[in-house]
Design a protein around this ligand. Structure first.
Ligand code: ADP
Ligand code: MG
Length: 270
């Protein structure tokens, strides 16, 4: 059994909302409460849950974009939130994020080359020619052309934009990719293409994924293991086949009931 690449221990995050009255304490929301799991290098964990269950909060904490109220995020044994700023910057190359919205997450005023090499900014060791070579290489990996480097985001379809976002995530040669609803904004026919690409890239580069979706079908496609998040807690975890066949928690059953069936329901017996 190899060591986990990512370990999350007792992670919690409470947000304080603006005060409604000076006489009352500020209201709080517990977005995440005592979440623990680990992901072995080269594997993929799916996080599923309805809107508001804490999925994006979890992603931000794992990416060290936000600080936990309690708990730890260990990347290869290093406690991310305890790292000095310089070491965190260094460690950041090891994990990258892909966001849901392929329109909002790409700067419309920048060329594709600028966008995909942005994570290399500040890496003095990567020269300008090397940067250009890497941009061409990652574009190739996601099935786009070198000629696309000089174009702008509006010249691409939604699926192609998400390929650009994935190329940007690959440019630092990360080990872990956290994808928060990466295909939710795409047409169903395009979703499968992007998921297949993610699967191919995983095999090619030995990537580890934390894949977030409200859609069980999406994580079923790509993940070895699935954790069901409900009101900031993991209520069930297991291989997707088991979760589908034999869900234990009522909330998992409710999520499954919401998945459109591949086959039409059988007509009732006369
Ligand atoms: P999901 O991604 O599963 O839809 P989120 O992690 O975005 O869920 O949100 C979980 C809960 O935390 C929600 O109730 C949301 O309103 C609240 N929340 C998230 N971010 C903030 C924030 N920055 N300030 C206050 N409340 C927040
Ligand atoms: Mg979210």
């Amino acid at each position: 059994m190899s060591a986990p690449l990512l370990q999350v221990e007792g992670l919690a995050r409470t947000y304080t909302l603006p005060r409604e009255s000076l006489r009352r304490p500020a209201p709080t929301v517990q977005a995440l409460a005592g979440v623990s799991f680990s992901i072995t290098a080269g594997r993929s964990l799916g996080i599923v849950g309805e809107s508001g269950s804490g999925k994006s909060t979890l992603a931000r904490l794992v990416m060290a974009l936000d600080r936990p109220t309690a708990g730890r995020v260990l990347m290869e044994g290093r406690d991310l939130h305890a790292l000095p700023a310089a070491e965190l910057r260094q460690a950041r190359r090891e994990f990258q994020m892909v966001f849901q919205d392929p329109y909002g997450s790409l700067d419309p005023r920048q060329t594709v080359e600028r966008i995909v090499t942005e994570p290399l900014t500040g890496q003095a060791a990567v020269s300008a020619p090397e940067r250009h070579r890497r941009a061409a290489e990652v574009l190739d990996s996601v099935g786009l052309r070198r000629g696309d480097l000089a174009k702008y985001p509006h010249e691409f379809s939604g699926g192609q934009r998400q390929r650009i976002a994935i190329a940007r995530a690959l440019v630092t040669r990360p080990r872990l990719i956290v994808a928060d609803e990466p295909v939710s904004a795409l047409d169903v026919s395009v979703q499968a293409q992007v998921l297949n690409l993610m699967q191919d890239l995983q095999a090619q580069y030995g990537l580890t994924y934390m894949l977030i979706s409200h859609d069980l079908a999406v994580v079923h496609h790509l993940c070895d293991d699935v954790a069901v998040l409900w009101q900031g807690r993991i209520v069930e975890q297991g291989p997707p086949g088991r979760l589908f066949a034999d869900p234990q928690h009522p909330y998992t059953r409710a999520l499954l009931a919401a998945v459109p069936q591949a086959e039409p329901p059988r007509a009732a017996a006369p």
